[in-house]
Design a protein around this ligand. Structure first.
Ligand code: KIV
Length: 276
């Protein structure tokens, strides 16, 4: 019993929720990346990435849409299946796409599909206090949850663009309160996107669960970037927090390894990647 999980490389035990919590307690940076297929997932895993997210960013970087809004649950399941086959150590998180968690029951049904059909170990959903009921319901059913705060790309048409969030004090206080409420509702990880470094620091200090940042400054428990951004193959203008590791390494495995090392050494993010 449980042999499969235990045998998956005893020299590199699989990462789980407890590993991630322990890394926070030990102040060991958590290196995270997105992946969308088995080959890249394997490279990302071999480089020592702790957490791999099948992000609905696949709608933009794989499918060529302008936003993540068109991505469906079936798309997410398909790509999560591919990624799961490439991983042996990293913890696998899958995004719940736009409108796939409008009620507790719908959220439960779709997260069960992502876990049973896609082999996800955790689901990620975007939202603040409005998602507390959903997170509570998922936690009640032992579904591990990552709550995504700050810039929420699924709300791009409502907020009017991909913009830094939490710059004014009221918004920052609300975000910190939402993060705490989501943790108390059962969220196992909080992800903060595109917020001033000070907000990233305050939220991280106030929570027991790991906080993963993307454009949230250096003082969070872990960093995540979109894989295609660090490889320099995403089209268009890059956000400030992106660093292209292909420029300095020239090969894919080297670029992924350089990113993981930079996160572990806390040399990424540098001041030029951060918001104030
Ligand atoms: O969809 C995604 O890839 C994400 C990351 C940007 C964190 O949510």
């Amino acid at each position: 019993m449980y042999a499969q999980l235990q045998q998956r490389g005893m020299d590199r035990p699989p990462v789980n929720v407890s590993t991630l919590r322990q890394m926070k307690a030990d102040k060991q940076p958590i290196a995270c990346l997105t992946a969308y297929d088995a080959s890249f997932a394997w490279l990302v895993d071999q480089a020592g990435t702790d957490l791999v997210l099948v992000g609905d960013s696949l709608g933009m970087v794989v499918q060529g849409h302008d936003t993540t809004v068109p991505v469906t649950v079936d798309d997410m399941i398909y790509h999560t299946q591919l990624v799961s086959r490439g991983l042996s150590r990293a913890f696998l998180v899958a995004d719940m796409p736009f409108m796939s968690y409008t009620s507790p029951q719908q959220a439960l049904e779709n997260s069960v599909r992502l876990m049973q059909e896609g082999a996800a170990m955790m689901v990620k959903l975007e939202g603040g206090s409005s998602q507390i009921r959903i997170v509570e319901y998922l936690a009640l059913h032992d579904i591990p949850v990552c709550a995504h705060l700050g810039l929420k790309p699924q709300s791009v048409h409502k907020i009017g663009g991909f913009k830094v969030q939490g710059r004014d004090a009221t918004q920052a206080r609300q975000m910190a309160a939402d993060a705490k409420a989501l943790q108390d509702a059962g969220a196992d990880i909080v992800l903060l996107e595109c917020v001033p470094s000070e907000v990233g620091k305050q939220v991280t200090e106030s929570l027991d669960v790991p906080v993963i940042g993307i454009g949230a400054g250096p003082e969070v428990d872990g960093q995540i970037l979109v894989l295609y951004d660090i490889l320099g193959i995403t089209q268009g203008r890059m956000p400030r927090f992106v660093h292209n590791y292909m420029n300095e390494t020239g090969d894919i495995s080297g670029a992924i390894a350089a990113y993981v090392e930079a996160v572990k050494a806390r040399t990424y993010p540098a001041p030029e990647h951060c918001f104030s």
